[in-house]
Every structure is written in C-alpha cells, then in structure tokens.
Design a protein around this ligand. Structure first.
Ligand code: ADP
Ligand code: ADP
Ligand code: ZN
Length: 213
C-alpha cells in the first residue's frame, strides 16, 4: 500500500501513521522527523533547514524533495509506505508523482485528516515527543505510562520548540495557505478521502482502516 496522510499540524498524522505502519508493515516516512534528526545531527541539510523550522515556515521544496527522493529509493519503501508531512504543497506533490513514476510505485490512497483549529491548538500545545524514537504523546489525551518517559524506549520526553503557541499559529497559517490547492490536486486524481480526525486515537484509527482496502 502506497499511502499519503494529509492534515494540519497537530491533526494526529504521526500518531496514526505509527499505528498503521505497525499493523500493515509499511515504512513510516515522516519529513518532520527526518528534518529534526538532521538538525540534531548538525548535517548540512539540518543547518539549512533549522531557521525555517524555528519560524514555522516550510523548508524549501528542493531540500525536502531531494531528501525524499533518496528515502523513497530505499528497499523498505518498496513493500509499502505511509508519507506523513509530505507533500505540503502542489509543487511537492508534482515532484512526488515524478519520483514514484520513476520507481513504478504509484500512490494508491490519500487520507485527508480533518480537525477543527481549536482542537489542533490543544493537541499541539500539550504534545510531548520522544527524541529517541519519534513517538508522540500528549500530556492529557495520550500520556505515557510513566510521566515524562517514552513507553517504547525509556528516553525523556521533550516539547518541540515549534510547539510553543506563537509558532503553532504560524504553522497553521502556512497550512491554511497551502492546503486547499493540495486537496484540489488530489481530488482531481480520485485518490483523496476525507476522514474525520475528531474523537479518540482509536476512533480515528478505525475510520482510516475503513478506507484502507
Ligand atoms: P506537524 O506534524 O506538526 O505538522 P512536522 O513534523 O510535519 O509538523 O513538521 C515540522 C516542520 O518541519 C514544519 O513546520 C516545516 O518547517 C518542516 N517540514 C516538515 N515537512 C516538510 C515539508 N514536506 N516541506 C517543507 N517543510 C517541512
Ligand atoms: P501530527 O503528526 O499531525 O502533527 P501528532 O500525531 O503528533 O500530529 O498528534 C498531535 C498531538 O495530539 C500529540 O500530542 C498526540 O498525542 C495528540 N493526539 C493525536 N491524536 C489524537 C486524538 N485522536 N485525540 C487527542 N489527542 C490526539
Ligand atoms: Zn522513544
């Protein structure tokens, strides 16, 4: 299954992608996680991306698509993947189509998670993430078994720098600008399904599963 998860920041893409990748044996490819690890490792890409991420802006398309071209060519992506956080605009969607055409792995499904803005802000401002494995938690909605510690790998959870309220608003603005054309693009291909992202993690998961044949 070759799948894209669309949705605003904080919608639950990472949470749902983690569960789907486990149950369906798909590679979970998150551009946000890849970029954050490049920043942490101090690579050239990380140095170039950092400032954009801190401001809640998009990292330039050339950098992100080059990173994805390399990632999608790896063996584990052949058996199926779920893209989380990419594409973010129409230019990236076109680049993705070109890459997948070369690989002869056309997209099969685009799930568009829909969540109202007030709920997104609650989800993002309470988000805590594991720097070790990327698992995402929430102080209230999805707490780890023991306070401040990752269930999966035992590392101390942190708050992302860009999950502070001012940056959250900037990210929502970017999303508001870029998303409608992207949804139109995928609607035209017939691959897009809208999924209600409200309710519990399990409820949303069941809705997505209903779309994955
Ligand atoms: P969220 O899951 O909250 O939407 P992400 O982890 O996907 O956030 O993204 C965090 C930041 O990383 C973005 O604000 C942006 O700066 C950068 N980023 C992630 N994916 C992309 C992308 N496809 N294109 C450009 N920038 C990206
Ligand atoms: P995204 O990758 O779309 O930015 P995440 O999966 O990181 O979103 O989820 C954002 C925050 O909301 C996290 O703190 C996560 O634990 C929490 N969350 C995810 N799904 C739900 C849900 N259905 N109900 C409440 N909180 C959720
Ligand atoms: Zn962890």
């Amino acid at each position: 299954m070759y799948l894209v998860l669309l949705g605003p920041p904080g919608a639950g893409k990472g949470t749902q992608a983690t569960a789907l990748s486990r149950d369906y044996g798909l590679a979970h490819i998150s551009t946000g996680d890849m970029l954050r690890s490049a920043v942490r490792d101090g690579t050239q890409l990380g140095k170039e991306a950092r400032d954009y991420m801190d401001r809640g802006a998009l990292v330039p398309d050339e950098l992100v698509t080059a990173m994805m071209r390399e990632r999608l060519q790896r063996d584990d992506a052949k058996k199926g993947f779920i893209l989380d956080g990419f594409p973010r605009n129409v230019a990236q969607a076109e680049q993705l189509d070109a890459i997948l055409e070369e690989l002869d792995q056309p997209l099969e499904l685009v799930v568009n998670l829909q969540v109202p803005e007030a709920e997104l802000i609650r989800r993002m401002t309470g988000r805590r993430v594991c720097p070790g494995c990327g698992e995402s938690y929430h102080l209230v909605f999805n707490p780890p078994k023991s306070l401040g510690i990752c269930d999966q790998c035992g590392e101390d959870l942190i708050q992302r720098d860009d999950d502070k309220e001012a940056t959250v608003r900037a990210r929502l603005e970017v999303y508001g600008r870029e998303n409608a054309p992207l949804v139109d693009y995928y609607n035209a291909t017939g691959l897009l399904v809208n999924v209600d992202g409200r309710g519990t993690v399990d409820q949303v998961y069941e809705r997505i599963r209903g779309e994955v044949k």
